[in-house]
Design a protein around this ligand. Structure first.
Ligand code: SAM
Length: 282
């Protein structure tokens, strides 16, 4: 979709792009094609797209033969999509809020997620994907650059935090490229980036992910503090010291030094020892 086509489509609906809904439409056809290629979209693939807008990305994925299920919140855009793409047998539109629509069972398995996400809801939506019993086999998202950096951050860097740990329990993540504001209309006030996520073959079960995410969240609440000080009040300082020792980690280690896998072990040790402390005496 070029600028003239977008303007004509906006005019036909008598609408202006809304900031609250993150309506920054992609204008660069080369970039759109690059997204479809890089996401590995092929015939028969099941794709979940959030925020199809005027269908610029959607129609390329449909042309590639993918089955696309797209969730669009804006009624006017949903109406536009029904009239332009509604006749295509591989297109399925869900009119609603991607933060609320039931995702489980929405698409046949396996499915993949490809989208130029509305930035305001990207963290909530990604959190929902991470919580699914069967998350998408891969994700390819346009995101606010800072969000992509946080998700893909490696230990020891300033962007690494609880969100990185939580996402990296489920996905191997890479920031593919930074995208300037000019390729969108209207241009967003921030830079964007393309993020690739590949589902890990070995994923911890849900309860392990939950307890690990909880420990990481508490540890990173005070990221400059040593782990023993941030986790001590919740799990007991002796318990934290013992867990770190079992793992061969320094007693004064800070959270940004631990990988997602180390957080899994740490949370498991903490729970094990907490459980032992809580157990009734025989
Ligand atoms: N895919 C189109 C493109 O690349 O040009 C539009 C992307 S635009 C960044 C974000 C789209 O998400 C808009 O169409 C907007 O109406 C839609 N949107 C915003 N919030 C949403 C939500 N909570 N659920 C579903 N769609 C939403």
């Amino acid at each position: 979709m070029n600028k003239q086509e977008l303007f004509a489509a906006l005019e036909s609906l008598g609408m202006r792009p809304g900031r609250g809904l993150g309506q920054n439409f992609l204008l660069d056809n080369n970039l759109l094609e690059c997204i479809v290629r890089s996401a590995g979209v092929v015939r028969g693939m099941n794709i979940l797209e959030v925020g199809p807008g005027f269908g610029a990305l959607t129609s390329l994925m449909l042309d590639a033969g993918a089955n696309v299920c797209a969730i669009e919140f804006d009624r006017r855009l949903a109406g536009y999509l029904r009239s332009t793409l509604g006749g295509r047998s591989n297109f399925h539109l869900v009119e609603g809020d991607a933060c609320k629509v039931a995702l489980d069972g929405l698409l046949p398995m396996p499915f993949h997620a490809v989208a130029n996400l509305p930035y305001a809801v990207s963290s909530v939506f990604i959190a929902r994907l991470l919580e699914l019993p069967e998350p998408p086999a891969s994700c390819f998202f346009m995101l606010q650059k800072e969000m992509a950096q946080r998700l893909a951050a490696v230990p020891g860097t300033g962007n690494y935090g609880a969100l990185s740990v939580r996402a990296q329990l489920v996905y191997d993540l890479t920031l593919e490229r930074v995208v300037p504001p000019e390729v969108f209309f209207p241009p967003p006030e921030v830079e964007s980036a393309l993020l690739r996520g590949t589902l890990k073959e070995q994923r911890p079960p849900r309860e392990v992910r939950e307890r690990t995410a909880k420990a990481a969240k508490v540890a990173f609440n005070q990221r400059r503090k040593k782990i023993v000080n941030s986790l001590g009040p919740l799990y007991g300082a002796d318990n934290v010291r013992a867990a770190l020792e079992t793992m061969g980690l320094a007693a004064d280690i800070r959270p940004e030094r631990l990988t997602a896998d180390q957080f899994i072990i740490l949370a498991g040790e903490l729970e094990k020892n907490n459980g032992a402390a809580d157990a009734p005496e025989k």
